[in-house]
Design a protein around this ligand. Structure first.
Ligand code: SAH
Length: 671
């Protein structure tokens, strides 16, 4: 619930506007302001105070306890011009609340949390567990101080600014090491470090050593690129994280495949600074280190009926500890269907804070495991539960810890477990940018553009949204006609583990990149589609309501589709009396197709059938006109245009193109 507090009539009027806008979400607190604030603070998750910030700060000060539990507080000035995120920007949700309140009241949101204000993702917003000096490393990232990223594998992180340099996976006992990034000539990194972070600082400290990279290599490396694999089989040096043992077993080394063929360039002596460490291994950390725990470990569990929670949980904890693995990287416990409700397993998962995933016995029985046994075969119908379930849930990852049994004192073991490390899955977002206007780009598309560390697209589309990209985004752009290459590049980058956005104008699935990309992709990457406003819809809104009944889009480009196929589809639409929108209607070298297509439609529609021509819909130089099948002048049509031809019921009404919906009441009214 959001508590609303105001002191004056002006404040109350803004307050009432918000209460009316969000009836179920808000509660108005009346009475003396101090008491109202106290009650709301105790009862609500969030507060909006229609008071001066100074007054609000004084009222709140005695009530504050800690960042994790205090409500998020937004202040709105009495005139309703600004919505200030005052307290609990991230944890309390005040930053997003300020944005929402501002939008409801037509005010300006004011957000001062450094990571939001400077466009850098906060370490606490990655959605992954962290340990160590979060505030110190966040500060260093913001200040533009070199921070070294040591990642065991490439995870699909959002872009990190250029002062976050890729180092080697944290090798045990290893100091800092920075590796230069290899780069395609066509890729570059968006610069835009905070004002107080001069670029030279980062590039001076980390300029690639001569001879280790090509002349076009960027001075900074992609933030989450693959790092060189180093042997990791020595004891951990440095301070241990609380309560964890320092040993790292042979199995738990850096993920294979993360090797960088270019090798390692050791950082200059004395360059040890803040480090951002991405690993599921238990590692020693120093005062200026943050460890981010990737969702990489799957624990398979088998158990006899009636096993205790302590026995299962204790086994998992011991196995992880002995293997030098962090429980914070465990994503799920996996077992056989028959054990889905086994209280000991469910309880242990609860303690670890992860779900239980189960598989049918025959699926597990088909998995080849190192340690099959007769007991589970007799009990549940598969020779392996722990190893087979871990390998299945681990999507073909590496078995780090083979089956181990619990060792309760004085009785037989009732639980087994095994651990698999899942290879990271990159993320491919296929994002439609809409027809051109910024306000026709969806908020979800914007979020995906900022979520991606690699952006792939046609240069002119990238220009459309370049200002939205976060500093550190690697942009791979190419010219017209390189569709297949772009699709392949996007998939390859995602397969390398990155968070990739493949962009297209309008909807990226309509005569665009989605299908060639997904034709290349296997299930080793996650794919997210973001719909966009396609040209036919953008044009329809300008023309009136031409798509009020059945309609179809046909591309007149015969570059990839034989003309016979196109002609057959146009004829079918003509015979079926369907409204048609032509994409790619005409170009310099392709000028006879449009007249031919219109002639086919004219065999079934009158010469007076309305035709809408929209060029550059929603763009600054956009034009549109309404004509008829007989009068259309092909010279007004080019590749920036769509042409919408009405059906036999389509009319021009008050200068607008209208295709009746065909409701009976409508035709009766017309009679
Ligand atoms: N994916 C795009 C279509 C790509 S095909 C979409 O969903 O809109 C390219 C064709 O789309 C162009 O030749 C033109 O016919 C049409 N088109 C794209 N954007 C347009 C715009 N803003 N105005 C008019 N037509 C447009």
């Amino acid at each position: 619930m959001i508590g609303l507090i105001s002191a004056t009539a002006a404040g109350a009027s803004a307050r009432d506007r918000l209460a009316t806008a969000w009836p179920g979400r808000t509660r108005v607190y009346n009475g003396p302001v101090r008491e109202a604030v106290e009650r709301a603070f105790a009862e609500c998750e969030q507060l909006v105070c229609f008071l001066a910030t100074g007054a609000t700060v004084r009222l709140l000060a005695p009530l504050l306890t800690d960042k994790a539990s205090d409500p998020g507080v937004v202040c709105v000035d009495e005139a309703g011009r600004f919505a200030v995120s005052l307290l609990g920007g991230h944890g309390g949700g005040a930053n997003s609340l300020a944005t929402e309140v501002a939008s409801a009241l037509a005010a300006t949101p004011v957000i001062t949390t450094a990571t939001d204000a400077t466009d850098i993702p906060g370490l606490d917003t990655l959605g992954l567990p962290t340990e160590g000096a979060v505030a110190t490393v966040t500060r260093a990232i913001l200040d533009g101080t070199p921070v070294t990223l040591h990642a065991d594998a490439v995870w699909p992180l959002p872009p990190l600014p250029p002062n976050v340099m890729r180092g080697a996976p944290l090798a045990v006992g290893d100091g800092d090491a920075a590796a230069p990034g290899g780069a395609l000539a066509s890729e570059h990194v968006i610069s835009g470090a905070p004002e107080d972070a001069p670029q030279q600082t980062a590039s001076r400290a980390y300029r690639p050593t001569a001879g280790t990279s090509g002349p076009h290599a960027p001075a900074v490396a992609p933030p989450d690129g693959p790092g060189p694999a180093l042997a990791a089989q020595q004891p951990v040096a440095g301070t241990d994280t609380a309560g964890t043992s320092g040993g790292v077993v042979a199995h738990a080394g850096p993920v294979p495949g993360a090797a960088d063929p270019e090798g390692v360039v050791p950082a200059a002596p004395g360059s040890s600074g803040p480090r951002l460490i991405l690993t599921d291994r238990v590692v020693g950390i120093a005062a200026a280190d943050v460890v981010v725990r990737p969702p990489s470990l799957v624990v398979g569990v088998g158990a006899s009926r009636g096993v205790g929670v302590d026995e299962v949980y204790g086994l998992v904890r011991d196995v992880l500890r002995d293997a030098g693995l962090s429980p914070l990287s465990v994503v799920e416990l996996a077992t056989v269907d028959a054990k889905a409700d086994e209280p000991g397993i469910v309880g242990a998962a609860g303690r670890l804070g992860v779900p239980v995933r189960t598989y049918p016995a025959d699926v597990l029985a088909a998995i080849t495991v190192p340690n099959p046994s007769g007991a589970p075969l007799a009990a549940v119908g598969t020779p392996s539960v722990a190893e087979a379930a871990a390998l299945t849930a681990g999507r073909g990852g590496e078995l780090l810890v083979p089956k181990r049994k619990s060792s309760p004192e004085g009785r037989a073991a009732m639980a087994t477990c095994a651990v698999v490390r899942r290879a990271p899955r990159g993320r491919l977002a296929v994002v439609g940018l809409g027809p051109g206007a910024r306000d026709l780009l969806t908020p979800r598309a914007t979020a995906e553009l900022r979520r991606a560390s690699v952006l792939v697209g046609l240069d002119q589309y990238v220009d459309q949204i370049r200002d939205l990209l976060r500093p550190g985004t690697r942009v791979i752009e190419s010219g017209l006609g390189r569709e297949e290459e772009r699709a392949r590049t996007a998939v390859t980058e995602a397969q390398a583990g990155h968070a990739v956005a493949l962009v297209g104008s309008g909807d990226a699935g309509v005569y665009a990149m989605a299908s060639p990309a997904l034709a290349e992709a296997a299930d080793d990457i996650e794919v997210v589609g973001v719909p966009g406003v396609t040209a036919a819809l953008a044009a329809a809104a300008i023309l009136g309501a031409p798509l009020g009944h059945d309609h179809v889009s046909i591309s007149l480009s015969d570059l990839h589709t034989p003309w016979e196929v196109i002609e057959r589809r146009v004829r079918a639409a003509a015979e079926a009396d369907i409204v048609v929108t032509f994409y790619n209607p005409r170009s310099r070298g392709r000028d006879w197709q449009l007249p031919k297509a219109l002639a086919l439609l004219a065999e079934h529609r009158t010469a007076a059938t309305p035709v809408g021509v929209v060029r550059n819909a929603s763009r600054p130089d956009g034009t549109s006109h309404l004509t008829t099948l007989a009068r259309l002048d092909p010279a007004t049509v080019d590749m920036m245009t769509v042409v919408t031809v009405g059906n036999t019921a389509t009319r021009e009404i008050a200068g607008r193109m209208v295709t009746p919906r065909g409701y009976r009441w409508q035709s009766e009214g017309a009679r």
